[in-house]
Design a protein around this ligand. Structure first.
Ligand code: ARG
Ligand code: ZN
Length: 873
């Protein structure tokens, strides 16, 4: 049933130590566990252990076998030891269970991937391995022994340090591991596999040598170096920035093909989706390189923020995830470019988190209830959670923030704690009252900050009134004012400062700030760097926006102004398109002023990545948020039109820029300057190709053939994709054949995704055909996502086709997937979540699918929760 945050109670028993022995054979996995259990009360009482899909072979207490009915009882979700000894001393439970990892299609617990064994326990997968108190506030030391066939599974790994290894009869072998750090069971991991790896070493600040390994299937061995570099950079950065040193003698990363999420921070043994660890020039784009660096860092940083200090219960998830995302974001900023990184992070917030926050699944970063905790690994918990951590930094400053984290680690090392504990550490270390700040943890929804400024030339004062409000969200009709840091600066007409940058603390519903000695009428640069996860209501003229887009010295705000201008123009065109007939739709025109701003941006002397992001039009999801009801056809048509039109009207300039960014004998590097060069060049290519004329198609084809990187090859393929042509056929088939010949699964995913996201009148038929393709595999989450989720999420005109065929198809896929993998199915189900934002006809069609899903007798609780909340919200 439903779990409530308010119902938290400490565990009645703790498990001090765990001994696990895994006997892996092709038929089954048998797990022998010995638990040293201690009562937390003198009284004792029944001991409930979680367990799911387990075959119980035996259970004994202090050496005495327990009988079902008298010694223990069993249900669907666990087992109760009826009367454990009521004494303060620990007692010993021995439990033997068997599972079938080869049939575990949920990819939670112990499962097989490409013939190898691996585990995924967060959040509640350990109960699928053995009976246990599967909750993060039960922390234990672990000793693990694994035994398996030596030929099939030469590599045996678990958390901590290896303490023994040997051969056994019949071609089998074993290894044993000890993890000296207490940990909750969600951080347990085991791998038994045929893998190859690379090895390196890191010397910590105190001079300890740590051996580093990255493992994958042999064909990927040449794609591991970047992850290794990223790992070492992360280790050094965490020492420098947070004073956090690694604590074991060894650190492993294992890459697996089948994985529900991105990666997992198991103590000393991180397990990764291949998509977040493999990278080489010919298979990974620059964005992939960035993601690998970020995720490797993220999982490594969890060693302190998540593992050494963990969560008391799953409602506190943002305690480790928000903080760790904030840490990986700032790491990436230090490794690449702070401005580019900030823009990329805010794009995710605005395009995706804001949408989540305005729909039926809206929840605070610390949710109040759940049915399936896996449904709450959300953009809100992760990304908005990171923005909340960033606000502490903004309010307290670099030094104050560090004082806060130092105190947090001092106080809570080895403990399972709460978001309140983190806030208290920040407050206490700085002598600040952060009581009101708690509302960021309790209130859902995106606040709006409204600004009104007035300049009085006679008194040389500038008066700024800021007011805030947060819309109602499901279950939260009214909201209280939040503590919002608003970073501002007053600019003169040349972009100079009339008032240096400062942080205003907005804590009331409305507040007025007065600035004296302002020499002339200023332009307000507001919410610099996106200093809080809010929407702004601050209407500016086109001229002021163009001025800010050119002159604001905050690179984030400069980009933001360009996007606001773009949004304004595009939404006006959408409105025109909607009322126009077929004929007059041909006559839509982009305003000259907008083309002029675009031209100015293209010509500006600006970092290439920043330029590329400023030139890019606001994306579909950002535009859709300002539309009610959302009209996918109009949005897609106008976005296409605008890109084509800019490509045609700016042809000369775009071509010149494209040429100037082409250097014949370039050496591959992911230095920010090179990434920027490729990014900007591919933005130019994309605009140029948007007309679909023969000349552009040939240009893309040439680009593809000349490419030495996946970044460029994929850009050419994407630019060609909407235009059926010989060039497209050629590129599409070479792209596939090459990936197939080289056995590059991640490249094949890209090949699928480009096709699944391309609109055409028969897009759905094409997607159905893709699922029949020789390379399609409905059991591999990455492959399923690249075709089916991509269609639902990134091909809006086809998914929302008025016939309802797209909805019907995705509804069927949700139910079909749910039988194998509820976590992946429930993500797919989210595509129906915002049904109320569409017109009546679409609402009815989407609602019908949600009802069908919710009422399916065999639906999982994961999918049920998404479907039913979507219907209620
Ligand atoms: N803790 C992991 C990370 O953020 C995510 C694991 C999520 N797993 C899940 N089944 N929900 O790095
Ligand atoms: Zn994480």
């Amino acid at each position: 049933g439903k779990v409530l945050r308010s119902a938290y109670a400490p565990p009645p028993y703790t498990i001090e130590h765990v001994d696990l022995d895994f006997i892996l054979t092709e038929a089954e996995a048998v797990v022998y566990s010995t638990l040293r259990v201690k009562s937390n009360h003198a009284a004792g009482g029944p001991l409930y252990l979680d367990g799911e899909d387990l075959e119980l072979r035996s259970i004994s207490l202090d050496g005495v076998p327990l009988q079902e009915g008298t010694g223990y009882t069993r249900g669907e979700e666990g087992l109760t030891v009826l009367s454990p000894p009521a004494k303060p001393l620990p007692f010993e439970l021995k439990i033997v269970v068997a599972t079938k990892p080869q049939d575990n299609t949920q990819l939670s617990g112990l499962y097989k991937t490409s013939g190898n064994y691996c585990t995924q326990c967060e959040a509640v997968g350990f109960r699928r391995i053995t009976y246990f108190l599967d909750r993060p506030d039960v922390m234990s030391t672990y000793k693990v022994r694994v035994e398996a066939d030596k030929k099939l599974y030469p590599i045996l790994l678990s958390n901590g340090n290896e303490v023994g290894r040997g051969d056994l009869p019949a071609g089998r072998h074993w290894a044993a591991f000890e993890d000296p750090f207490k940990k909750p069971c969600y951080l347990f991991a085991l791998v038994a596999a045929k893998l190859e790896g690379i090895e390196s070493e890191f010397t910590t600040c105190s001079g300890r040598k740590v051996r580093l390994y990255i493992w994958s299937e042999s064909e990927n061995k040449d794609q591991l170096d970047w992850a290794m570099q990223s790992l070492k950079d992360s280790m050094a950065w965490d020492e420098r920035k947070y004073g956090r040193e690694y604590d074991l003698d060894v650190f492993h990363i294992v890459a697996v093909n089948d994985f529900n999420m991105g990666a997992m921070e198991n103590k000393g043994l991180n397990v990764f989706n291949t998509a977040c660890v493999l990278a080489k020039q010919s298979t990974a784009t620059d964005d992939d390189y960035e993601r690998v660096q970020g995720v490797v860092a993220h999982e490594y940083f969890h060693n302190w923020t998540g593992n050494r200090v963990t969560c008391r219960d799953w409602f506190q998830l943002t305690l480790k995830e928000g903080l760790t995302v904030y840490r990986d974001q700032t790491f990436s900023a230090d490794m690449t470019s702070p401005a580019v990184q900030r823009i990329e992070n805010v794009r995710v917030m605005r395009s995706h988190q804001f949408v989540e926050d305005s729909g039926p699944m809206a929840h605070p970063i610390r949710p109040e209830s759940y049915l399936a905790i896996d449904n709450f690994y959300t953009l809100t918990v992760y990304e908005k959670g990171a923005e909340v951590i960033r606000m502490y930094h903004t309010l307290l400053g670099e030094e104050g923030f560090r004082k806060g984290t130092d105190l947090y680690f001092d106080r809570h090392d080895g403990c399972a704690v709460t978001c309140d504990d983190f806030r208290a550490a920040m407050a206490d270390a700085n002598g600040r009252d952060l009581t009101q700040f708690e509302r960021w943890y309790t209130q859902a929804g995106t606040p709006t900050v409204k600004a009104a400024g007035a300049y009085d030339g006679a008194t040389k004062t500038y008066t700024l009134t800021l007011s805030q409000s947060t819309p109602p969200t499901p279950g939260q009709p009214t909201k209280l004012p939040l503590h919002i840091p608003v970073r501002i600066k007053l600019l003169d007409r040349k972009g100079g400062a009339l008032l240096p940058e400062r942080i205003l603390e907005l804590t009331e519903a409305s507040q007025t700030f007065v600035f004296n000695s302002i020499a002339s009428e200023p332009v307000l640069s507001l919410l610099r760097g996106f200093s809080a996860p809010v929407k702004l209501d601050f209407p500016l003229s086109d001229e002021t926006l163009a001025f800010l887009a050119a002159h604001d010295d905050d690179p984030f705000n400069r980009w933001d102004a360009s996007q606001q201008l773009g949004k304004r123009v595009l939404l006006a065109l959408v409105a025109e398109w909607q009322v126009a007939d077929r004929q007059s739709r041909q006559q839509l025109e982009l305003p000259d002023a907008f083309v002029a701003t675009f031209k100015a941006t293209l010509a500006a002397s600006l970092d290439a990545s920043l330029k590329a992001y400023s030139l890019a039009l606001p994306d579909y999801s950002v535009l859709a948020q300002d539309m009610s009801p959302i009209d996918p056809d109009a949005l897609i048509a106008v976005l296409r039109f605008a890109r084509r039109s800019l490509g045609q009207r700016m042809r000369k300039e775009l071509l010149a820029m494209y040429e100037s960014l082409t250097s014949p004998n370039e050496k591959f590097s992911v230095a920010p300057s090179e990434v920027g060069r490729r990014r900007l060049r591919n933005v130019c290519l994309d605009f140029l190709a948007a007309g679909g004329d023969e000349q552009s198609l040939q240009m893309c084809r040439k680009h593809f053939h000349a490419a030495t990187t996946m970044t460029d090859r994929l850009a050419a393929f994407k630019a060609l994709a909407p235009f059926p042509s010989e060039a497209l056929d050629e590129v599409q088939s070479i792209f596939y054949e090459r990936a197939k010949a080289n056995n590059e699964a991640l490249v094949i995913n890209k090949w699928f995704a480009v096709q699944a996201s391309t609109y055409s009148t028969d897009a759905l038929e094409k997607v159905k055909a893709l699922t029949k393709h020789e390379a399609f595999d409905g059991t591999n989450p990455n492959r399923v996502r690249s075709v089916i989720n991509t269609f639902a999420a990134l091909n809006p005109a086809a998914f929302h086709d008025l016939s309802g065929s797209g909805y019907e198809y995705i509804g069927t896929q949700v139910l079909d997937l749910d039988k194998r993998n509820p976590q992946v199915a429930s993500r797919l189900c989210n595509n129906f979540r915002d049904w109320k934002k569409y017109n009546q006809k679409r609402q009815a069609l989407m609602k019908a699918q949600l009802v069908r899903i919710r009422d399916c007798k065999t639906v999982s609780k994961d999918v049920f929760e998404i479907a039913s909340r979507s219907l209620e919200g």
